[in-house]
Design a protein around this ligand. Structure first.
Ligand code: SF4
Length: 471
C-alpha cells in the first residue's frame, strides 16, 4: 500500500538550540527535558554543563539527546543550575570537539558557554586572537567569546559587554558560572530566545517557548536585541551591551525551524504557517482534487491552503514515527547515504487524484523532486507543487546550512525551469509581501535576506565575493 522514500535528506538544517535553568534542585533533569523539546533544532550532538554551586561538571556527546544521556548520567552531573545545547554544525564543522556547551577552566573560575547562531567575523577575530597568543581548543566560532572575555577587565558583566561589541552576526548565548547565568541576544534579534519562570520562581532560558512548556515553565518575556540578562540568587536583571540596531527575526523560524507549538515574539508558529497556506491559495489557486502536506513542516500550511481553497485536506503522505526530523549528518555525501528517515505515500488516497502538494520551502530541490516522483508512482494524476515561502535565492550567513549560491536551485533557475526539473505539473511560491502579511508583523520586523538579498547584518566582502565566484 505504501511506497517509501528517503526524504528530508536535502532539507534545511537548523542552527542550534540553547536552554538553561537557574536555581532548581532538578536543574540538570529539567535541562535534559528542555533539550528534548528543542531536539528539532539540532540532532548532531548535545550536552549539559551543570553547577552545584561550587563545582561545574559536564556531559556531552554526538547524537540525539536520548542517546547521549543514558541512565545515571544526569545524576552524575546533578546541579542546581544547568545549561544545555543541541547542535547542528554550520560553523567550524562537526565532531565531538565542537559539541557544546563548552566548559572552560581559568583562575577566575569555570565558565560554561553555549551558542545558537553564527559569528560572521569569526575568521578575522580568530586570526587576531591567535596572533595575540590565544590557542583554540575547537574550530567552533562560539569559543571566540570565551577568549574575548578573558582579555577584558572588570566584572564579568563589564567584560561581557566589551567582548560582545567585537562580535558581528546573529547570536544567542547562554553563559553559566558557579552561581550566575547570563543570556545574550545580538543587536538585530535574529534568533529567538525566551525567558520563563518555573512554579518555584526559578528562571529558565530557552531558544523556543516549546522548551519552556516542556518543563511547565510560564513564559515571562523574550530577550531583546542587544540585551544581556543576568540571573543570580538576587533575581534577574537586564542590561544592554549595545542599542538595538533593528529587530529582524529570522523569517525561516516561522516558515520551518521552530516547532508549531512555539510562540515567536507573540506569534504562534502553527497559525503563522496556516496563514501562509491560506495566502498561497489566494495567490496561486489550482483546479485539483485534494491538498496534501509534506510532513511535518508543510502540514500547517496545507491545512491553510485547504481551508482557503475548499479542496479537501488529506493524509497523502506519512512519516515514519521513529524517524528524526532531519538527518543528523551535515555532510552532503552522508546525507545522501543516510538511512532511517522515510516518507510514505498513501496510495489509496493519492491514486487517480489531482494533488496539490504543499511544502514549506525549496532549497536544493532534491527532496521535492523525490516526493513528486513518489506521488506519481503512487498513481497521482497531476501534481501541483505549492511552496509556502518565496524562492530562496540568496545564501544565509547567519547560521543556517545554505551558505553558498551554488547549492540553491532558485539562485540559478527560474520557476519554469524548477518545475521542469522536479517533474511537477505546476509550481508556485508564496510572494514576499504575501509572506509578510500572513505572518503578521511589521514588514521590517524580519530578516528576509535569503529571499531578497537584503542582509540586516553586514557580511564581510570576502565571504560575498567567494560566494559570487562560486555562482
Ligand atoms: S537569511 Fe534567511 S535563514 Fe538566514 S537568518 Fe535571514 S531569514 Fe533566516
Amino acid at each position: 500500500m505504501f511506497d517509501d522514500i528517503e526524504a528530508d535528506s536535502q532539507k534545511i538544517n537548523e542552527e542550534c538550540g540553547v536552554f538553561g535553568v537557574f536555581n532548581h534542585l532538578d536543574a540538570t533533569t529539567l535541562t535534559y527535558f528542555g533539550l528534548n523539546a528543542l531536539q528539532h533544532r539540532g540532532q548532531e550532538g548535545c550536552g549539559i554543563v551543570a553547577s552545584d554551586g561550587k563545582t561545574m561538571r559536564q556531559k556531552k556527546g554526538e547524537g540525539l539527546v536520548k542517546t547521549v544521556f543514558r541512565t545515571g548520567d544526569l545524576e552524575k552531573i546533578n546541579g542546581i543550575h544547568a545549561i544545555g545545547h543541541v547542535r547542528y554544525s554550520t560553523a567550524g564543522g562537526g565532531g565531538i570537539m565542537n559539541v557544546q556547551p563548552f566548559l572552560f577552566q581559568s583562575l577566575s573560575g569555570p565558565l560554561g558557554l553555549c551558542h545558537n547562531g553564527n559569528i560572521v567575523n569569526a575568521t578575522q577575530l580568530k586570526e587576531t586572537l591567535e596572533q595575540q597568543g590565544s590557542i583554540f581548543q575547537t574550530t567552533s566560532d562560539t569559543e571566540i567569546l570565551a577568549h574575548l572575555i578573558k582579555r577584558q577587565k572588570g566584572t564579568l558583566m563589564e567584560r561581557l559587554k566589551a567582548s560582545l561589541l567585537f562580535l558581528e552576526g546573529a547570536f544567542a548565548f547562554i553563559l553559566l558560572l558557579e552561581n550566575e547565568m547570563y543570556a545574550v541576544l545580538d543587536q538585530h534579534g535574529l534568533r529567538p530566545l525566551s525567558i520563563g519562570i518555573l512554579p518555584n520562581g526559578s528562571y529558565v532560558v530557552a531558544s523556543e517557548t516549546c522548551g519552556l512548556e516542556a518543563i511547565d515553565a510560564q513564559f515571562f518575556r523574550d530577550v531583546q536585541p542587544g540585551e544581556i540578562i543576568h540571573i543570580d540568587k538576587k533575581g534577574l536583571h537586564s542590561e544592554y551591551y549595545a542599542c538595538e540596531q533593528s529587530h529582524q527575526m529570522c523569517m525561516m523560524e516561522y516558515i520551518y525551524f521552530a516547532r508549531p507549538d512555539s510562540q515567536i515574539e507573540n506569534i504562534n508558529v502553527y497559525y503563522a504557517r496556516k496563514a501562509c497556506g491560506r495566502r498561497l491559495a489566494k495567490e496561486s489557486p489550482v483546479d485539483a482534487d485534494i491538498v496534501i502536506g509534506v510532513p511535518d513542516s508543510g502540514m500547517s500550511a496545507a491545512i491553510g491552503y485547504s481551508e482557503e481553497s475548499h479542496l479537501p485536506f488529506e493524509l497523502g503522505m506519512l512519516k515514519n514515527k521513529s524517524a528524526n526530523r532531519t538527518f543528523i549528518e551535515p555532510i552532503q555525501s552522508l546525507r545522501e547515504a543516510s538511512v532511517g528517515l522515510k516518507l510514505s505515500a498513501v496510495r489509496s488516497v493519492i491514486s487517480g487524484k489531482r494533488v496539490v502538494l504543499i511544502d514549506d520551502s525549496i532549497v536544493r530541490g532534491t527532496t521535492i523532486k523525490q516526493l513528486v516522483c513518489l506521488l506519481k508512482s503512487a498513481g497521482a494524476k497531476e501534481i501541483h507543487v505549492r511552496i509556502a515561502a518565496p524562492e530562496i535565492k540568496f545564501p544565509c550567513f547567519y547560521g543556517v546550512d545554505f551558505s553558498t549560491y551554488e547549492e540553491l536551485i532558485s539562485a540559478h533557475k527560474n520557476v519554469a525551469e524548477v518545475t521542469n526539473d522536479i517533474h511537477a505539473d505546476s509550481l508556485a511560491f508564496l510572494s514576499i509581501p504575501g509572506l509578510i502579511e500572513a505572518v503578521g508583523r511589521k514588514p521590517n520586523a524580519y530578516c528576509l535576506a535569503c529571499f531578497n538579498g537584503l542582509y540586516p547584518i553586514p557580511i564581510h566582502q570576502p565571504i560575498i565575493q567567494a560566494n559570487k565566484e562560486i555562482k
